[in-house]
Design a protein around this ligand. Structure first.
Ligand code: E4P
Length: 218
């Protein structure tokens, strides 16, 4: 399973990238706003900055909700850098736009996916990635990881090429569950990635190793 970081914060992106295990970045308009990135030129420059830090796929989301607007914005975003993947919401206009992008060699991430039916349309339109939001499903008493499992099963059965990108991951256990469910990618907050490292027996074991070393070596 590949690892993306889900943020527009450059410090966090650098920190995750320095671990050496980062495969890409996802952003969305809320994450960009959280960092205070505003204005078309600044937003575009921010995407390029991210591409210059991480060697992997970088999702950049369209703001338009109509087909023509999505196509115009998507083309501009894709032209920024070869690593850009155009993120498009799973709406009627969005599915049409994804099909257009697929036919024109532009890679896409179909976002805001909450059902197998939406994932089916994303795959039929040729999306590079489909992003089911597992945390937001959990928030409304629905099993988000189970949706990942269902989409993975259906895509494998019908041999769709769309990759399952588990999104809206809230904690470390979500990452482990997505791994078990067969997700191709998990996009995670930095804390959830770093949480994978935490184990008291590792800390206790390391302290003992160092203590024993010092006893003999001074
Ligand atoms: C994915 O691409 C989205 O940016 C993100 O995972 C949404 O997460 P949230 O539900 O925590 O906002």
């Amino acid at each position: 399973m590949r690892f993306f970081i889900d943020t527009a914060n450059l410090d966090q992106i650098r920190e995750a990238n320095d671990l050496g295990v980062l495969d890409g970045v996802t952003t969305n308009p809320s994450l960009m706003a959280k960092e205070g990135i505003k204005g078309e030129a600044n937003i575009k420059q921010h995407y390029v900055d991210i591409c210059n830090i991480v060697k992997g796929d970088i999702s950049a989301e369209v703001i338009a909700t109509d087909f023509e607007g999505m196509i115009r914005e998507g083309k501009e975003l894709a032209a920024l850098h070869e690593q850009i993947v155009v993120k498009v919401p799973c709406t009627k206009e969005g599915i049409k736009a994804i099909k257009y992008f697929t036919d024109n060699g532009i890679r896409t991430n179909c976002t805001l996916v909450f059902s197998v039916g939406q994932a089916l349309l994303a795959a039929k339109a040729g999306a590079t990635y489909v992003s089911p939001f597992i945390g937001r499903l959990d928030d409304v008493s629905t099993d988000g990881v189970e949706l990942i499992r269902q989409i993975v099963d259906v895509y494998n059965y019908y041999e769709y090429g769309t990759q399952v990108l588990a999104a809206s991951i809230r904690h470390t256990m979500h990452i482990v569950q997505c791994l078990e469910a067969g997700a191709d990618v998990a996009t995670c907050p930095l804390d959830a990635i770093l949480g994978l490292l935490k184990h008291p027996l590792t800390d206790i074991g390391l302290a003992k190793f160092l203590e024993d070393y010092k006893k003999v070596n001074g």
